[in-house]
Ligand binder design. Structure first.
Ligand code: MN
Length: 199
């Protein structure tokens, strides 16, 4: 059972001007597609074939090809899903309460998450995760690692992830990663993040 590149739930230009159409198209059609193709090659003919992408991340991150490309597929699939042209604003309900407990306020979360994204050296991701006890936390991982991978020490189920690889922003923002991080807050689909929190 090979993995497939999922369609975006919106058009390539839908997140502009925060994320431009050319970046979205290359990111999805080239970068994400390459992770899908390479993880399929890595698992073909092995006992990993047929496992969910989550299980590959949780149980097989000792395999470099699975870690990099399976991580890439999982991370990008989540990333597309938690953005929307109708995004932005703040969460409500149980997610908002958990975030207030962890960070004091939405602004507290915003500062913590933005710092995690800005200070990730080189390529990687910033995450908001739900831990086993229901609390939320922010962490960051290198490359295409993610919090499902036990070695990352970044525990829990990812609710929200931000790609801070240069391929995610360089065409529009060049070296201005902080501007890209700020713009991301305009497209976060908090309804989708809340749905993941309640799962
Ligand atoms: Mn990417």
């Amino acid at each position: 059972m090979a993995f497939e590149l999922p369609n975006l739930p919106y058009a390539y230009d839908a997140l502009a001007p925060h994320i431009d159409a050319k970046t979205m198209k290359i990111h999805h059609e080239k970068h994400h597609a390459a992770y899908v193709s390479k993880v399929n090659t890595a698992i073909k003919g092995t006992d990993m074939d047929g496992q969910s992408i989550e299980d590959l991340c949780k149980k097989h991150s000792d395999n470099a090809a699975v870690r990099n490309n399976g991580g890439g597929h999982y991370n990008h699939t989540l990333f597309w899903s938690i953005m929307s042209p109708n995004g932005g604003g703040e969460p409500s309900g149980a997610l908002a309460r958990a975030m207030n407990t962890a960070f004091g306020s939405f602004d507290g979360f915003r500062t913590t998450f933005s710092n995690a994204a800005a200070t990730r050296f080189g390529s990687g991701w910033a995450w908001l995760c739900k831990k086993a006890d229901g609390a939320v936390e922010v962490c960051s991982t290198a490359n295409q690692d993610n919090p499902l991978m036990p070695e990352t020490g970044c525990g829990g189920s990812p609710l929200l992830g931000l790609d801070v690889w240069e391929h995610a922003y360089y065409l529009n923002y060049q070296n201005r990663r902080p501007d890209y991080i700020e713009a991301f807050f305009n497209v976060i689909n908090w309804d989708e993040v809340a749905k993941k929190f309640e799962e």
